[in-house]
Design a protein around this ligand. Structure first.
Ligand code: UD1
Length: 385
């Protein structure tokens, strides 16, 4: 039996966000913690890894996230600098607030940095979206995932394959809880508010007529260093996307890293066609509307692989691996790597009506955050008593 109010001897749960993909995961968790009986007190801590209006403020507004209680304002930097700055600035926060737990989501540098500080201070760490593995150590996120999971006390997973990955790394079942996918909680609760694609394009100064034709349109996002940091690779990808755009107009939501690299490598000529519409990073509700209306999504994002599966929209993932295999096994996702011929062929197959329709995975039902709230509250209260 849980008490009616949060025990006075237990501190708050510090909920950490750092970068864009964290925000849609944390929003439903904060709401579920507030609605739980007893309410779980939280402090929302933003590390400041993402900071500008397009990458940060618009998402906070769309997701109805409260202003962070604490902002570490670390900004951009090399991985070492960014991780170290978060650690240095997070330590005094933990000392000052004596949290019952530090809750981290996903796999960004802030996730690992805050987990490391908390665990060395003996503060329990809860990791949401644990156990995903691409088995590609060249991805910075993979290192962050492996290390965070090793030191987390509670590991909340989105798909059953995660438990096997964790078991293979010696992480026992008693720490692992399969709760479903908080990203899909956000998607389902916001779907009704998704912005119409034509309105999104018009608001960005584009010509909405581009996507109004019978062919429909495709959505593209690219930002992984492996795809956009080398001129040859980026040029090859933009080249095949330009080819595809002759048949299907493409709407890009350009990540700052990609935009900078297109300029730096002098590749503007490859995107200089009215059939490829370049937009700045989009808000959550704009992106949801664009994806839901698309015939195909081409991406290297982790989140979009899951969101397209939930929406039933065919997705081609421009990576050699995925840490989210259920989107391929059960959902609408197909891995095409950076193989230009495969991108061309698989896109043609989808446009010919042979895309996967898929099904929605187990527990991607909009209730994952409630399961986390119930489990975490019970665990913290029992541990304290
Ligand atoms: C980070 C995450 C990645 C996530 C991605 C989503 C890590 C290791 N990577 O990568 O997992 O998929 O966020 O976007 O944590 N920049 C801005 N404005 C901002 C933030 C960044 O212009 O608000 C620029 C920076 O100057 C930098 C570039 O974008 O050059 C990359 O930002 P950074 O946070 O280093 O990593 P991401 O590539 O965004």
């Amino acid at each position: 039996m849980l008490p009616e109010t949060w025990p006075a001897t237990l501190g708050p749960v510090i909920c950490v966000v750092g970068a864009r993909p964290n925000f849609m995961k944390m929003a439903p968790i904060l709401r579920a913690f507030a609605a739980h009986q007893p309410a779980i007190p939280t402090l929302l801590l933003h590390t400041g890894q993402h900071y500008d209006r397009d990458m940060n403020d618009r998402l906070f507004e769309d997701l109805r996230l409260p202003e962070p209680d604490i902002n570490l304002e670390v900004g951009s930097g090399s991985h070492a600098v960014q991780t170290a700055e978060v650690m240095k600035r997070f330590e005094p926060v933990v000392d000052a607030h004596q949290p019952a737990c530090v809750l981290v989501v996903g796999d960004v540098n802030s996730t690992l940095a805050c987990s490391l500080v908390a665990s060395k201070k003996g503060v329990p760490v809860a990791h949401v979206e644990a156990g995903l593995r691409s088995y590609d150590r060249a991805m910075p996120e993979e290192i962050n995932r492996v290390l965070t999971d090793q030191i987390a006390d509670l590991l909340y997973t989105t798909e059953r394959s995660a438990a096997a990955n964790l078991a293979a790394e010696g992480i026992g079942g008693e720490r692992v809880r399969f709760v479903g996918n908080v990203m899909i909680d956000s998607l389902l609760s916001n779907r009704q508010y998704a912005r119409a694609p034509a309105a999104t394009i018009a608001a960005a100064g584009g010509d909405a007529a581009l996507i109004g034709g019978a062919a429909g349109y495709g959505v593209v996002t690219l930002h992984r260093p492996s795809n956009v940091d080398e001129p040859e690779m980026l040029a090859a990808l933009l080249g095949v996307l330009r080819e595809i755009s002759a048949a299907l107009p493409l709407v890009f939501a350009l990540h700052p890293r990609t935009r900078n690299n297109i300029e730096r490598f002098g590749l503007q000529n490859l995107i200089d066609t009215p059939r490829m519409l370049m937009l700045p990073p989009q808000g959550y509700l704009e992106m949801l509307g664009l994806m839901a209306g698309a015939r195909i999504v081409l991406t290297d994002s982790g989140g979009l692989q899951e969101e397209t599966t939930a929406l039933g929209v065919p997705c081609l993932t421009l990576r050699d691996n995925t840490e989210r295999p259920i989107t391929v096994d059960q959902g609408t996702n197909t891995l095409v790597g950076r193989d230009i011929a495969a991108i061309r062929e698989q896109t043609a197959a989808i446009l010919a009506g042979h895309g996967k329709s898929g099904r929605v995975p187990e527990l991607w039902d909009g209730q994952a955050a409630e399961r986390i709230a119930a489990d975490l509250a019970a665990w913290l209260i029992e541990r304290r008593c």
